[in-house]
Design a protein around this ligand. Sequence first.
Ligand code: PBG
Length: 333
Amino acid sequence: MKTLAPHFPRTRMRRVRRTNWSRRLVAENTLTPNDLIWPVFVHEGEDLAIDIPSMPGVKRLSLDLLKVAAKEAYDLGIPAIALFPAVEQHLKTEDGREALNKDNIICKAIKTIKDVVPEMGVLCDVALDPFTTHGQDGLVQDGYVVNDPTLDVLVGQALNQVEAGCDIIAPSDMMDGRIGAIRDALEREGHRDTLIMSYAAKFASGFYGPFRDAVGSTGNLGMGDKRTYQMNPANTNEAIREVALDINEGADMVMVKPGMPYLDICRRVKDEFGVPTYAYQVSGEYAMLAGAAQNGWLDREKVVMESLLGFKRAGCDGILTYFAVEAAQNLQG
Ligand code: PBG
């Protein structure tokens, strides 16, 4: 009886996976602390850290605690912090005018960071939701968020933040024309070198829920949503148009938000424009991973690092993530 020659694969994909050194040698993407931007929630008070129940492990900080946290993040090699305010209820108004107050919590937080770590980048959101009684990102007339009148206020908010020392203006409001309006105002006022990272493709997402708890806008927003200005999660081509507009209007960097469910958008943006591209791994994404890990269902370190590497693979130059500090610690080994 004739014996058949044993079968063997000519190409063995497993060869390079066999040892740690060869796995490292063939790695196509890497995550470093340079890729991370850390979003931090701030509030008034002293020595006050408040847990955010829907984001286990994340705390809202008073400015004295922000000092310590910023220094720690800086020492870990994280390039920039993104600031988000929980504004006291009595300061919220229909028109969000507290956003223009030179001494508001955000302006004070910017100065706090610049005091301790002047070399650290500070990014500030431009949108009115933390400052309005209705929790919408713009001015509301007859139940509708009105575009053009909102632009004036957003320009004022951006200038206020830049004058306090903000390095990166990050409009998250999704009004039409806001990047151009802000860029013109920055040039006019002599802030030629201020960076703009536009939330260019920002989707009307259920994943922002815990953030709205953290800044205290959930109750204010009530049953309302943001679908008349944030994008429909069904759309891709529209995201490309949004990004093209923002680049033309003067954005230096663009962001896709949320992150994990929108990696296809990240990839397409990077391929089409080749501009510095960021993703925001938002509060609900944090809650999913942290909540499952807290229950013992997922290995926190593994899923955190894997999720962040996914953004790099999708073409992102960096990630805004609530895991920034622990990811940087993990990278130190
Ligand atoms: C405000 C803003 C939101 C987030 C960042 N900036 C919430 C929203 O649009 O309702 C969400 C961030 C997160 O969920 O982590 N315009």
